[in-house]
Structure formats: C-alpha cells, structure tokens
Ligand binder design. Structure first.
Ligand SMILES: [Zn+2]
Ligand SMILES: [Zn+2]
Length: 168
C-alpha cells in the first residue's frame, strides 16, 4: 500500500496517509487563495480512513460554508481541508507533502475566480465551479478555457467557496 507523508514548515505537525489519492486539482477559489497565501492551491483528495495526524494538534478555522481548514498553530502552514459536503474524504495541501511531486493535478476548479495574471501551461480540464468535486459540478461539467474564465462574472451565489472576502 502506498504511504504519503507531509508536514508543516516548522515540522511540529506531521501526517501520514495510507492509500492512493482519489484525485488532485488546482483550486483557484478566493478562500483557498487567502487561506494559503498563494495564487492557487493544489489539493489532493484522500479517504479519511487512511489519514493519521501526528505531532502537535492542528489549529482549525471553520469558514462560513462549514468547511474546516486546518493549519499549524506555530508556523501557520495550511495543511488540510475538510469539506462539509464530503464527510468521507480529506483534502491535503499537496505543497505540504514530503514529496509534492508524487501527486500531480488532474484538473482546475473555481476558474471563475482565477487571477487574470496567473495561469499554468497545461491542457487539464478547467471548471468554473466545483467541477469534479461535486455531483452537481459533474452534471454542469463545462470545461472552459482560461481566456473565457477571465471574462466570467465572479462570485456565483450558489458556490460555497467563492464567497465574498468579508465573510471569511
Ligand atoms: Zn508548523
Ligand atoms: Zn478552494
């Protein structure tokens, strides 16, 4: 069985995951951007049953959508995301893995919030909303190009993650 390992910047918070990721994707949403301090964040989704946290207990922040974001209380590294609508899985910040190259993204989500000056060179599917992360997203499955994305109105009201900055 495959084992993935990760930790925060200071090393006090560590984790292990047994099993392969279900998938991984770039998230361009406003909340991830602010919470993680980067133009985009890559999350890998694993089954929660294979996840084990070690070391210092993680800090938690619950956003208005009910999603729980976990971080190191000492160094502030953003490590985990527990989505309220996906109780059996856990999202791991790929940048926190010991080997971040062991997982590569499969798609982009929340492209409606993508920064106009930021892009990546790839041909991965791009979704304006949650995309593959939700059944609704799959049904809507409209892969959109990066150029179109920049012209798409931001902040759809039905999106739990693209909430106004003030509600964070
Ligand atoms: Zn730390
Ligand atoms: Zn996000």
């Amino acid at each position: 069985m495959e084992i993935y390992e990760g930790h925060c910047l200071c090393g006090e918070c560590r984790y292990f995951i047994r099993g392969k990721p279900i998938d991984a994707g770039y998230c361009h949403c406003n909340v991830c951007r602010r919470a993680c301090g980067g133009p985009v964040v890559v999350w890998a989704t694993f089954l929660r049953t294979g996840f084990e946290s070690l070391g210092e207990p993680l800090g938690e922040y619950v956003t208005s959508s009910g999603n729980v974001r976990k971080f190191c209380k000492k160094c502030g590294s953003s490590l985990l995301l527990l989505c309220v609508e996906e109780p059996t899985t856990i999202d791991v910040n790929v940048a926190s893995l010991v080997d971040p190259q062991s997982v590569s993204p499969d798609y982009h989500i929340w492209c409606q919030s993508q920064l106009s000056w930021f892009d990546t060179r790839d041909s991965l599917p791009r979704f304006g909303d949650r995309g593959p992360d939700s059944a609704r997203g799959r049904a809507m499955a409209c892969a959109i190009s990066a150029k179109d994305t920049n012209q798409t109105p931001k902040g759809k009201s039905d999106s739990s993650l693209s909430e106004p900055v003030g509600k964070l």
